[in-house]
Design a protein around this ligand. Structure first.
Ligand SMILES: Nc1ncnc2c1ncn2[C@@H]1O[C@H](COP(=O)(O)OP(=O)(O)OP(=O)(O)O)[C@@H](O)[C@H]1O
Length: 598
């Protein structure tokens, strides 16, 4: 067992058993395995640099002993030049090794980041609502960042330094067995002491990272609500909260630093004691004629080299603490299983899909019923207008169709297939969602429409725009598909953002459309464009339209009225309109029905 493995196993025994040495190794195997060749070159360079560092003091010894024996000028010059060559060569090889380590480390962390991002994207809404965006960024990016150290520096320094220290011990033992044994025993005791101190420090690293994540999360929320903060004059209160969080982060950092410093102090103490040991033993051996002056210098310089590297090892342990805290936090996300797992996969029919809800009940985390006893069917190709007061459950019902959540009771079928049996990706490819809040990226119009999918060419995008009747609108854009858009749609009206959402969904060509109509008032021109685009979008597809204005559902075949999570009316729009006792007919009679639908 190598020294570093030994250290890791000690560490694993001393800390809460969250990250075991096996997990460290699995992580290394997963992310370093695919770059075996690069790792091999890195290790080779590492060993070469270690060998050259050990060689230096040996040459000095030869030089001193040769000088004492009265060797010729030529021998002395050659020895000095050899030392110079080894010293310069050693530096070059170390620099090259460091380059490879960085390269390996960054590749590994980028893969890890990619895996984590994919995992987060597949997690359900409950997970995402339990973290602020800032916190997630901190975990996926910040925590992984600190692992770069683990993959690169930790590898170079711990593995390299541990081997170097071992090498020195072996060389010391060759000169004098007792010296080797005493220094070796001393080293093992010191390492155990470090590892024990480390046990206390890990929670403080975690707390600091948590505090940092909360602060970043707050920043994210703050930036997202700048307009609200300014318009409500809340800046002083927000700032006070920010200062509070900043203070918590500072306190956590001070505690973390305290433990790190205690490492440094213990490292220094160990260094001094070790120097005293080495000096006493070497001078004793020299005085009794067991070693030459050259060997005395060699032993002292080896000891100082060994201490330097042992000290660096301790620094690596604080880096390991940071990495451990990061791995724990990353593990928390990795071990979060989605509450809406992928099904085995089904084959949906082609063309428009019919919908069937059977005795569906649903609630969010709070267990407050949101939907109750929901049973209905929508034939393929039919458009249904969903109306009801705010909070009646319209959006929740459509979220179940996308499988953002699963019903607590009952089942939902699309095209005759139970949603739970479908692959999520397949299902979401077949259902298109146009919501009130259209999320845009800071990228070009093209990238926003295709979600960065480069397989969708410009011709297809322009064809979609034309088919939706938006070509004139598109021609007014300053740079066509290259028009840059700001994140969150800044610079676009709510109507324009909905138009983009329509094009996005049209490009996806789904078989069912869920349309959540924008509540904000639109100018008549944009309203006309949206009406026209949605009409064309819905052609030949099944549709559920959450309507906040009765005009939106003037042309749908059926109307569903929801009240407090239950269907209180569902039927043909014409029949309901013609029945004076129906809720829909009463809404039609009202001067301002929007007040009940908003
Ligand atoms: N993510 C969520 N977590 C917890 N509760 C939620 C969540 N989303 C909605 N709710 C609650 O579920 C109930 C139904 O909300 P839902 O958004 O489905 O209603 P809605 O009819 O679409 O309202 P609106 O027209 O205002 O959008 C409400 O009481 C709401 O507070």
């Amino acid at each position: 067992m190598k020294l570093w493995q030994f250290l890791l196993s000690l560490k694993a025994r001393n800390s809460p058993p969250r990250v075991t040495s096996r997990q460290y190794l699995t992580l290394l195997r997963t992310y370093l395995g695919p770059q075996r060749l690069r790792v091999a070159v890195m290790a080779l360079l590492l060993f070469a640099s270690i060998a050259m560092q050990l060689l230096g003091p040996q040459i000095i010894r030869v030089f001193i002993d040769a000088f004492q024996r009265g060797a010729t000028q030529q021998v002395l010059t050659l020895t000095a030049l050899l030392y110079l060559g080894v010293a310069i060569g050693g530096r070059l090889v170390s620099a090259l090794a460091a380059y490879f380590c960085e390269d390996v480390g960054w590749r590994a962390t980028n893969w890890l980041r990619e895996d984590l991002t994919r995992h987060c994207l597949n997690l359900d809404r409950t997970f995402h609502s339990s973290y602020t965006p800032g916190e997630l960024i901190e975990r996926v990016d910040g925590n992984v960042d600190s692992l770069a150290n683990f993959f690169s520096r930790f590898m170079v320094l711990v593995l390299g330094n541990a081997l170097l220290v071992l090498g020195i011990l072996v060389l010391m033992a060759r000169e004098n067995a007792w010296l080797g044994i005493v220094m070796g025993a001393y080293l093992v005791i010191s390492i155990i002491a470090y590892v024990r101190v480390q046990k206390f420090a890990i929670p403080y690293y975690k707390k600091h990272q948590q505090a940092e994540a909360v602060l970043s999360g707050f920043w994210g929320e703050l930036l997202a609500s700048l307009e609200d903060i300014a318009s409500s004059g809340a800046a002083p209160y927000i700032l006070r909260r920010y200062v509070q969080l900043q203070r918590q982060e500072n306190t956590a950092e001070i505690k973390r630093t305290f433990y790190w410093t205690s490492f440094e102090v213990s490292g220094l103490a160990i260094e001094v004691v070790s120097m005293i040991f080495a000096l006493i033993i070497s001078v004793y051996l020299f005085v009794h004629g067991s070693i030459t002056l050259g060997t005395l210098v060699l032993l002292l310089s080896y000891n100082s080299l060994m201490l330097d590297y042992t000290f660096e090892l301790t620094e690596q342990f604080s880096a390991l603490q940071e990495a451990t805290a990061s791995i724990e936090r990353i593990n928390e996300i990795y071990h979060t299983a989605s509450q809406v797992p992928d099904g085995p996969g089904v084959s949906f029919p082609t063309g428009a899909l019919d919908i069937a809800f059977e005795e569906v009940a649903f609630h969010y985390e709070s267990a407050q019923p949101v939907l109750r006893d929901i049973s209905f069917e929508v034939p393929a190709g039919m458009a249904v207008g969903l109306i009801g007061r705010s909070g009646s459950g319209k959006t929740s019902l459509t979220r179940l169709l996308m499988r953002f959540y699963d019903p607590v009771v009952g089942s939902i079928c699309l095209g005759g297939q139970d949603l739970r049996q479908a692959w999520l990706e397949d299902l979401r490819q077949r259902v298109g969602l146009v919501t009130q809040e259209v999320q845009l990226f800071r990228a070009t119009l093209r990238e926003n429409l295709t979600f960065f999918d480069e397989r969708i060419d410009d011709e297809r995008i322009l064809a979609a725009i034309t088919q939706l009747g938006l070509y004139d609108w598109y021609m007014r854009l300053p740079e066509g598909l290259d028009t840059p858009l700001a994140s969150n749609g800044a610079g676009l009206s709510a109507g324009e953002a909905q138009l983009l959402a329509c094009i996005r969904v049209f490009l996806k060509d789904p078989q069912l459309i869920i349309l959540d109509e924008a509540t904000s008032r639109l100018d008549p021109a944009t309203e006309r464009l949206i009406t026209q685009a949605t009409e064309r979008l819905l052609r030949g597809r099944t549709a559920l339209i959450i309507a906040h204005r009765l005009s939106t559902v003037e042309r749908v075949e059926r109307i569903m009225v929801l009240e407090a999570g239950q269907i209180v009316e569902y039927g043909s729009r014409a029949d309901l309109a013609g029945d004076p006792a129906s809720r829909y007919a009463r809404l039609l009679q009202m001067t301002h029905p929007e007040e009940l639908l908003a």
